[in-house]
Write a protein that binds this ligand. Structure first.
Ligand code: NAD
Length: 259
């Protein structure tokens, strides 16, 4: 059962232990900073070796405890190590923000199967591997938990040259629904946040020049999103204010998928 807890509208995470996978930059770092600001102890997990620096910077800025762990979601050993190190340091895991991401754009008729597999291995199977490892820890703790995966507007709408990325992100939407169904009895909420283009390394890699200008025209808000706007949606789905929401994929797209 997912318990009712009196809602204050403060979106606090005091005393919670949160892992942010893909947390070394972009939306992940913005989420980790927002979690820290709301009182959480934060683990930055990412395949980048800058995790320690990001964790130290967040600890200094918010006065909270943090830890950086190098973690490659394509490796079962690496994900296991991430969960073990977190529990060793903080005793438990209460929140998972799961957003490692890879994108390589190509026409469907030309894209190599290796690149399609890479999307699926990182964005879908890697994301599931982390959900499974963390949920098993949460189930063992017996206190429920929150899992939020960052998906994409590509879950809902066809985007040129996005076939590999879309296959991987659409898989996560189905995964979220099944995990939400199966893990509600353990008090675990599982949700997604589906952004439009966000001003990050990935956003800039995928959207440049004319395609960028055309895309901005098509988004009713007429701009791309900023990382804190996505982090705010992830935060909402990470605290007690959203206990009654599970299996959802919350679109944050300035209206792009209205059409
Ligand atoms: N930026 C956008 O326009 C946009 C739009 C929709 C969804 N998203 C999604 O948001 C999430 C965050 O992306 P971002 O925009 O902040 O980009 P980003 O490139 O800044 O962040 C992605 C992070 O994932 C990490 N990562 C990649 N492969 C990994 C692996 N195997 N193991 C562990 N970590 C790995 C990277 O090192 C990086 O820090 C991704 O899941 C992405 O697909 C981004």
């Amino acid at each position: 059962m997912i318990q009712y807890e009196k809602v204050t509208g403060d979106f606090r995470l005091d005393g919670k232990v949160a892992i942010v996978v893909g947390g070394a930059g972009g939306i992940g770092e913005a989420t980790a900073r927002m979690y820290a600001d709301k009182g959480a102890k934060v683990v930055i997990a990412d395949c980048k070796d800058t995790v320690g620096e990001v964790a130290a910077s967040i600890a200094a800025d918010y006065g909270t405890e943090t830890l950086g762990i190098v973690c490659d979601v394509t490796s079962a050993e690496s994900v296991k190590n991430c969960v073990e190190k977190t529990v060793e340091r903080f005793g438990e895991i209460n929140v998972l923000a799961n957003m490692p991401g890879f994108v390589e754009l190509e026409n469907a008729e030309d894209i190599s199967i290796d690149i399609v597999e890479k999307h699926i291995n990182i964005n879908a199977i890697g994301v599931f591997r982390v959900c499974q490892a963390v949920a098993n820890q949460m189930i063992k703790q017996g206190k429920g938990g929150k899992i939020v995966c960052v998906t994409s507007q590509a879950d809902f709408i066809a985007i040129d040259k996005h076939v590999g990325y879309t296959m991987s992100k659409a898989a996560v939407v189905g995964m979220i629904k099944v995990l939400a169904l199966e893990w509600a009895e353990f008090g675990i909420n599982v949700n997604g946040v589906a952004p439009t283009v966000v001003n990050t390394y990935m956003g800039e890699k995928a959207w440049q020049g004319k395609v960028k200008d055309d895309m901005i025209q098509k988004i009713p808000a007429h701009r791309f999103a900023e990382t804190d706007e996505i982090a705010a949606a992830v935060l909402f789905l990470s605290c007690k204010e959203s206990n009654m929401i599970t299996g959802e994929d919350l679109v944050v797209d300035g209206g792009f998928t209205i059409y």
